[in-house]
Write a protein that binds this ligand. Structure first.
Ligand code: DAH
Length: 346
């Protein structure tokens, strides 16, 4: 092919193309081994010497024209591809945001906080005690000597011999508090904490559960102080119309001992499945601190009296939120705590 015909072919071809494939096809047509411009270049040896320079120049011009065309088209095509990608991936900031699943407070934790608030507002301290406890505090100084049948009711995890155990109740914290108090009054404390018993786990039993213990020691403390105090708590937790009553019971570390019932918050006393149709639910063990317990911990029972109480926080949580499987309280499934959350909001 002559230079002129390659040039006119090239002029026809050099229109803007829209894809890299087309561009590469053109490059092959002109600059590959058998390309038109490459072939012209190899023609140079047949050109008479005096025309070689001009011929070479023209072939070079053609090559430069093609290269310029190639570069500018390549840049444009790459830019187009990028723009298309950007517009495809663009974020529409006017769209509503995707919902973030948020947690809900654990119900047991929340209940313990509510109880703490009530007692803090009445001037109580919230104290802590060890979960690994001495037999001495868990039983002996609570007036439950070794071999006493009252121990059998609390199937205890012993860790080492007969002396070190996982506390089966939060009552040992009474003893620790009195020992620390060194005979001084008043004592007003509550102690929420984990307790352990050798129970098989099921819907209503757990080898680990939360108790809240309470102790007041001062002058002339009586059962009516206990009743007034607990009533404040019950009304806060279950509503102002909640009533309570005592019935006699037995604990080694209180004398007299009582169990405390509240009116069923679900049926308001009419009778339902929760209160087993009695209208009342027993939720607290309590009593007047036994003189032996006071004495053993350094408080003179002739001078001081006290009341003590203990209740299961898990059970109270189950009652409050109408949960029938205690394992749900420790479940970390958000759908679960959300469901209870909703229940409370209803
Ligand atoms: N510790 C008892 C229990 O686990 C509950 C209890 C009853 C605690 C009477 C007390 C009390 O402080 O006075 O069953």
């Amino acid at each position: 092919m002559s230079i002129e015909s390659v040039k006119s072919e090239l002029e026809k071809d050099l229109v803007d193309v829209s894809s890299m494939e087309q561009l590469i096809e053109l490059k092959n047509k002109y600059l590959s081994k058998k390309g038109l411009i490459t072939e012209l270049n190899s023609e140079i040896k047949n050109v008479p010497n005096e025309e070689k320079k001009e011929f070479g120049q023209k072939v070079n011009d053609l090559r430069n024209t093609f290269n310029d065309y190639f570069e500018s088209n390549k840049n444009r095509i790459e830019e187009d591809i990028l723009n298309q990608k950007l517009s495809k991936e663009a974020i529409d900031i006017t769209l509503p945001a995707t919902k973030v699943v948020s947690g809900a407070p654990n119900m047991l934790e929340e209940l313990v906080e509510q109880v703490e608030e009530v007692f803090l507002s009445m001037g109580y301290d919230v104290v802590d005690g060890p979960e690994i406890e001495l037999d001495k505090y868990n039983f002996e100084m609570l007036n439950i000597p070794k071999g006493h049948p009252a121990r059998d009711a609390q199937d205890t995890f012993y860790i080492e011999g007969e002396e070190i155990l996982l506390r089966s109740q939060t009552s040992p914290v009474q003893v620790r508090t009195m020992l620390e108090g060194k005979g001084e009054v008043p004592i007003r404390m509550i102690c929420p904490g984990k307790t352990y018993r050798r129970d098989d786990d099921d819907a209503t039993h757990s080898h680990q559960f939360m108790q809240i213990e309470g102790l007041v020691v001062d002058k002339d403390i009586s059962l009516s102080d206990l009743k007034g105090t607990l009533d404040i708590l019950f009304k806060k937790l279950f509503g102002e119309d909640t009533q309570s009553r005592f019935h006699p019971s037995y604990y080694q570390f209180t004398e007299p001992s009582v169990e405390v019932d509240i009116t069923c918050h679900k049926c308001k006393g009419a009778g339902c499945n929760i209160c087993k149709n009695t209208g009342w639910i027993t939720i607290v063990g309590a009593g007047v601190v036994h003189p032996n317990v006071l004495r053993m911990s350094g408080y003179d029972p002739e001078k001081w009296t006290g009341f003590a109480f203990g209740f299961g926080a898990d059970r109270l949580t189950m009652l409050k939120y109408d949960i029938n499987d205690c394992r749900a309280i420790y479940n970390t499934d958000l759908r679960e705590s959300k469901a209870f959350d909703r229940k409370e909001a209803e």
